[in-house]
Design a protein around this ligand. Structure first.
Ligand SMILES: NC(=O)C1=CN([C@@H]2O[C@H](COP(=O)(O)OP(=O)(O)OC[C@H]3O[C@@H](n4cnc5c(N)ncnc54)[C@H](O)[C@@H]3O)[C@@H](O)[C@H]2O)C=CC1
Ligand SMILES: O=C(O)[C@@H]1CCC=N1
Length: 293
């Protein structure tokens, strides 16, 4: 009985998300990753999506994906997008957000849910730039959303409702992991999972370089490096098989034979300060996010 109620609740929530029309002000790297993630997950169809774009290249790409396209948000596009959307994602760089909010503000109604993905920009500034009582959610997604593997965090603004929370969770979790956090944690999230794909890409590239130096062809080195990172990550996420995280130190120890190859590699990483470098990278990016706000 409980299971049936849960399934009915889930269907009801899904139906809510399915009906929404979603507009993207700015559809660049992250906007496109969200759009493709949602379409791929089947949470909405391209006909429910629209975007404001500034460049011809972006216009062509959005049309190719099947979206309705409007022009620059600050040159009339915002009004058209607001009329065609229930949920509005703000997908421009933080430095363009003020102009976009100014253009959007007169067209935001109580029926709109505004979702900002801008790094560092606080809910208080977003709410202050929008009509009193606006429903706002701040999200930090990441680019693996493109292939349904996002790590996203979200926090509700003062006027966002439980229904809004269910909607954003439905949308984000359709394309990966979604967790709710307190706003004071958003800078840390940005430094970790927002920017993190870039650290991992760098690590994959460097590991492949090492293998090339040791004699492996580039294509095989890259494929093995990427699959190693992916497989190791899945073991942390799924290794215990019961949904709980497995501590990476435990998994590391299982790879490391006495007087074997791995301990020699690990010792090099420790001598080079890789552990400290990663900690400092996440902290520096979190600090930058704090300063952007
Ligand atoms: N790239 C990433 O991995 C992530 C980015 N973010 C956030 O997402 C936001 C966008 O970042 P990216 O997608 O990387 O930037 P981007 O530069 O690739 O995309 C922004 C898009 O907005 C468009 N744009 C700017 N002003 C516009 C206007 N007035 N009307 C219509 N379109 C306009 C630009 O032409 C561009 O296509 C930023 O606030 C960033 O902090 C958040 C998480 C991850
Ligand atoms: O580099 C940036 O500022 C954006 C936010 C998180 C990832 N990319």
């Amino acid at each position: 009985m409980e299971q049936r109620q849960e399934a009915e609740k889930q269907e009801e929530e899904q139906a809510l998300a399915y009906r929404d029309r979603i507009g993207f002000v700015g559809a660049g790297q992250m906007g496109e990753a969200l759009i493709c993630g949602f379409i791929r997950a089947g949470i909405c169809s391209p006909s429910q999506l629209c975007a404001c774009v500034r460049s011809e290249e972006r216009r062509r790409r959005m049309l190719e994906l099947g979206l309705q396209v409007f022009g620059d948000a600050t040159l009339g596009g915002a009004a058209e997008l607001a009329a065609a959307s229930d949920i509005i994602f703000l997908g421009v760089k933080p430095q363009y957000l003020d102009g976009v909010l100014e253009a959007l503000q007169p067209h935001v109604t109580p029926n709109h849910l505004i979702v900002s993905i801008a790094a560092g920009v606080r809910l208080a500034s977003l709410e202050a730039a929008l009509p009193e009582g606006s429903r706002v959610i701040r999200v930090m997604p990441n680019t693996p959303c493109l292939i349904g593997q996002a790590a996203s965090a979200y926090v509700l603004g003062n006027h966002a409702t439980n229904e809004d929370a269910a909607k954003i969770y439905m949308l984000l979790s359709s394309a990966g992991l979604a967790v709710s956090v307190e706003e004071r944690m958003m800078d840390a999230v940005t430094g970790l999972s927002g920017s993190g794909p870039a650290y991992v890409f760098l690590a994959i590239e460097a590991m492949a370089d090492g293998a090339v130096a040791a004699g492996l062809p580039r294509d095989k080195a890259l494929a093995l490096a990427a699959q190693t990172v992916s497989g190791a990550a899945r073991m942390v996420l799924e290794g215990s098989g019961d949904g709980s995280l497995t501590h990476p130190a435990l998994l590391k120890d299982r790879v490391t034979s006495p007087a074997g190859t791995t301990i020699v590699g690990l010792a090099e990483l420790e001598t080079s300060g890789v552990r400290g470098a990663l900690i400092r990278a996440v902290k520096a990016a979190a600090k930058r996010s704090e300063n952007l706000g």
